[in-house]
Design a protein around this ligand. Structure first.
Ligand code: ADP
Length: 211
């Protein structure tokens, strides 16, 4: 069963949609013998700071070891569970196209489909969400509630700048499904149903390893 790669700008609503998708799929898989997994930076205890280039000494920037380590642990977590009987939702920035390509190849290696769910959100809206989290941290202090921590402003700006939009013309970014911030529950459900159909329904494409 497939790998669903969630992608979008920082604080654009990815985890919210990933959780909605998880809830939707948990009902669908109840009729089958499949297992469902939700993997995220939070579930892997990966801090927002691993993406922060400013936190690194200048000479190590190109290597950005902590982000590479974070990707390695996400990769290992996906690889551990991905099979034709397991549906894996990978909730994260997943903003590097080469990384999405690598994940697509991993799915292909276990002969299961992959797809991308892009969370569309105006940068100003996403920035506002992060700003609210920064403000809350400033007044209430670090770790004072259960909401995920904010990205430092420079880190957030840089991630938006580095973001590589999915391209549905490429094998590794297709099929591509999109939900935007304004989409209501009914629209989200239609998108989830189309996603299910593409990766697990009767119309599901057979994955050949050498394709
Ligand atoms: P990300 O995973 O991209 O960092 P989150 O899912 O944590 O983003 O969402 C950030 C905040 O925005 C949360 O407080 C969440 O409740 C809110 N949010 C996310 N998506 C929506 C939406 N479509 N409509 C309204 N609020 C949303």
């Amino acid at each position: 069963m497939p790998l669903i790669i969630v992608t979008g700008l920082p604080t654009s609503g990815k985890s919210t949609r990933a959780q909605q998708l998880h809830d939707y799929l948990s009902i669908r898989v109840a009729e089958t013998k499949h297992r469902l997994h939700l993997i995220s930076d939070d579930s892997l205890s990966i801090s927002r700071t691993v993406y922060d280039l400013a936190a690194l000494p200048a000479h190590t920037r190109s290597a950005n070891a902590s982000e590479k380590d974070a990707r390695a642990s996400a990769y290992a977590a996906v690889k551990r569970v991905l099979s034709d009987r397991d549906i894996v939702i990978l909730d994260g920035l997943n903003y590097i196209k080469g990384w999405r390509y690598q994940l697509h190849c991993e799915a292909k290696a276990v002969r299961t489909p992959s797809c991308v769910l892009q969370i569309g959100c105006a940068p100003d809206r996403a920035r506002q969400v992060n700003q609210e989290r920064l403000d809350r941290r400033a007044t209430a202090g670090e770790g004072s509630d259960s909401t995920p921590g904010p990205y430092e402003q420079g880190n957030w700006d840089n991630l938006v700048f580095r973001y590589e939009e999915p391209n549905p013309m490429t094998r590794w970014d297709s099929p591509l499904f999109t939900l935007i911030w304004e989409d209501d529950e009914a629209q989200a459900e239609r998108t989830f149903a189309a996603l299910w159909e593409a990766i697990a329904g009767d119309g599901r494409k057979v994955v050949k390893p050498n394709q």
